[in-house]
Design a protein around this ligand. Structure first.
Ligand code: PLP
Length: 376
């Protein structure tokens, strides 16, 4: 096999496909003289809400702000506890700290999504919210979690940063909880050309609160109702977003096609991503689990294939966790997975030749070592 070079992401390949329209939109916004919020942002928000099947979408500066402002809008504050999965990106915890509350890390299932049993065990009198992260684009059991806590005051925030377009029983992720939070960072499966985030909610009251919170807490030009941050979206990103959104289903279908091809090629070798019944994963990451993780990653690197680990350090093992004197967590599944998970390249711009090259090399690694049918 001739060595190919396959980066984990290839954003410039993405840009070149849309370059003419992006340049045209940049010029249009430049000439409009409106660069922050305004019509372009409102139009994108409406399209995003429609895409998610949610009543309202409110844009913010990034996915972390989407989480932090949602928590604040839902009255999460100092003294409250918020349950999160220990294996998410650190900003899930950072947002809880920003809202003034205490994050409580819990364990996950084999599919890397938060465990309902672990949540139940972590509930205390102080629990004010649960952040359900749909990791890797794969829906967590959000409907069961909502059902379990429907008769309580516990708020459910979906961290849908990695899962735009994913579905449970035909309903879009993000539209289940009190708020659904999205990151449109360049490394996300639907992304802008810079930082951006979105909150979706079906509550007018929450939508209005978030709108105030993202704009310094101002209720009009001169009156500040509550001190808050600046987390407004700019018109350029919104205009790109409005242009790109209609392509999302096409990209997602291609990514699902690649995931299905990988699943087929790797069947029986090791744990491949599993999706719950009646759910649609959008495979933001294609994460395998194998005891040969480090060796496989080195083998692929030597053959020009870049891989990543999402994430090697559980949140409650981060130095920042200690610094804030946050409580320890019992997370045996996360502890094991952190040494076994490996994300392979998966994005719509990969060619058939590239995905075949990746799959052949993965299979070659296991065959050369007689590791067929490693325990799954
Ligand atoms: C699960 C998860 N939550 C939150 C975020 C935060 O998003 P942002 O980087 O836009 O602040 C990310 C992005 O990396 C993420 O993956």
């Amino acid at each position: 096999m001739v060595n190919m070079q396959i980066p984990f992401v290839n954003l410039s390949r993405f840009y070149l496909k849309h370059k003419d329209q992006i340049l045209e939109l940049t010029d249009k916004i430049g000439q409009s003289g409106v660069y922050i919020l305004g019509d372009a942002v409102e139009e994108f928000e409406q399209d995003f809400a429609d895409f998610c099947g949610a009543g309202h979408a409110i844009s913010v500066g990034n996915g972390t702000d989407a989480l932090a402002l949602s928590l604040t809008a839902l009255d999460v504050e100092k003294g409250d506890e918020v349950i999160i999965p220990a294996n998410s990106f650190i900003s899930t915890a950072g947002a809880v700290i920003e809202a003034g509350a205490t994050p409580i890390c819990v364990d996950v299932e084999k599919d890397q999504n938060i465990s309902l049993e672990a949540i139940t065990n972590a509930i205390s009198k102080k629990t004010k919210a649960i952040i359900v992260v749909h990791l890797n684009g794969n829906p967590a059991q959000v409907d069961e979690i909502i059902n379990e806590f429907k008769d309580t005051n516990i708020r459910i925030v979906e961290d849908a940063a990695q899962s735009i377009g994913a579905e449970v029983k035909g309903k879009k992720i993000g539209s289940f909880g009190d708020c659904g939070c999205f990151s449109l960072h360049p490394l996300k499966n639907f992304h802008m050309f810079g930082d951006a985030g979105m909150i979706v909610t079906n509550s007018v009251e929450t939508a209005n609160k978030v709108k105030t919170l993202r704009n310094h807490g101002l209720i009009n030009r001169d009156t500040c109702e509550v001190f808050s941050r600046n987390s407004r979206l700019d018109a350029l990103q919104a205009s790109y977003g409005k242009y790109l959104l209609p392509y999302l289903d096409e990209w997602t279908n291609r990514v699902i096609e690649i995931a299905e091809y990988y699943n087929d090629q790797f069947s029986g070798y090791f744990y491949t991503p599993k999706t719950r019944p009646f759910t649609k994963s959008v495979f933001h990451n294609y994460v395998i689990q194998t005891s040969q993780r480090n060796e496989l990653s080195d083998f692929l690197k030597q053959r020009g294939i870049e891989t990543k680990v999402h994430y090697p350090i559980p949140i409650c093992h981060q130095p920042a966790w200690k610094k804030h004197s946050l409580p320890p967590a019992l997370i045996p599944v996360v502890e094991r997975q952190k040494d076994e998970i490996l994300s392979l390249p998966i994005y719509a711009e990969l060619t058939d030749t590239e995905i075949e090259y990746i799959a052949k090399n993965v299979v070659k690694f296991f065959n050369e070592r007689n590791l067929y049918r490693e325990a799954i």
